[in-house]
Design a protein around this ligand. Structure first.
Ligand code: ADP
Ligand code: MG
Length: 259
């Protein structure tokens, strides 16, 4: 009988059968304002989780903590076993693993779409320009922007720019993608094309954490939905159950407003 393949550990003792991201009792305040008041959640490899909740409930802070854009006060966050709150953390290495796309896509306006996608692998990772370009072109095709490689951001719609931003993030070959209300600033007609791109990523097995107000999308694509209110996860579950049968009064009130 063949021996089972050895489970490979990374340098933090993490193995792929453990949660890729684990938050335990995370607290964060800005001054006297308690924004996260004890948040715990796990995300496994290949999972798509959606975080929904009222404005100001701490959603953006929560996902910004995961790639160390915001330092936490207490609790732990681990990404592939690595403690994000470790003072010796190599933030650059973490952010290579954890891609993030924001509501504001912040493309460089004087660079073409293709150049925007190529920039970080060349400047940060010092990769070979020719190879980076081949991959960047493939990523442009992947986000369905073949033919727009030489366009400047100002010549693209909001939805197209957001897809360039997604391709730019994918160029770093992340293990997980964080999306913070990436469709919130878009015209309704371009929201869908961005959601299609994210859905395709999810279907390919990319681990995704999405903060979104697109309930239909959350229902269809998420493996698990979390509802936050005032810095706490008040309810979570698989989408079918979560949307059909919310239990917490705050979830019911929120869904009543948005659905
Ligand atoms: P959400 O994304 O759910 O709307 P946020 O995480 O952006 O919520 O914000 C939660 C609360 O924290 C809000 O009251 C916001 O004003 C406050 N906040 C967020 N970032 C900062 C910051 N850098 N400094 C001070 N307050 C902040
Ligand atoms: Mg937010």
């Amino acid at each position: 009988m063949a021996a089972a393949a050895p489970v490979t550990q990374n340098e933090f003792g993490w193995t792929p059968d453990q949660p890729l991201i684990r938050l335990v009792d995370v607290h964060k305040s800005f001054g006297s304002l308690q924004v996260l008041r004890g948040v715990s959640l796990d995300v496994r490899k290949g999972e798509v989780i959606c975080i929904i909740g009222p404005s100001g409930s701490g959603k953006s802070t929560l996902i910004r903590c995961i790639n160390a854009l915001v330092p936490i006060d207490s609790g732990t966050i681990r990404v592939e076993g690595q403690e994000v709150n470790d003072p010796d953390l190599d933030k650059l290495a973490l952010r290579r693993k954890v891609g993030m796309v924001f509501q504001q896509y912040n493309l460089f306006p004087h660079r073409t779409a293709l150049q925007n996608v190529m920039m970080a692998p060349i400047n940060v990772l010092k990769q070979n320009r020719k190879e980076v370009e081949v991959r960047a072109r493939a990523l442009m095709a992947k986000v369905r922007l073949q033919g727009k490689e030489d366009a400047y951001p100002g010549q693209l719609s909001g939805g197209q720019q957001q897809r360039v931003a997604i391709a730019r993030s994918l160029a770093m070959r992340p293990d997980v993608m964080l999306f913070d209300e990436v469709t919130a600033a878009l015209d309704p007609e371009t929201v869908k094309e961005v959601l299609v791109t994210i859905r395709e990523l999810a279907e390919e097995g990319m681990t995704c954490i999405l903060v979104t107000h697109e309930m239909g999308f959350a229902r269809e694509v998420a493996d698990h939905v979390y509802f936050t209110d005032k810095g706490l996860i008040v309810e979570h579950g698989p989408p079918a159950e979560f949307f059909a049968n919310p239990k917490d009064e705050r979830t019911k009130a929120f869904l009543g407003q948005v659905l």
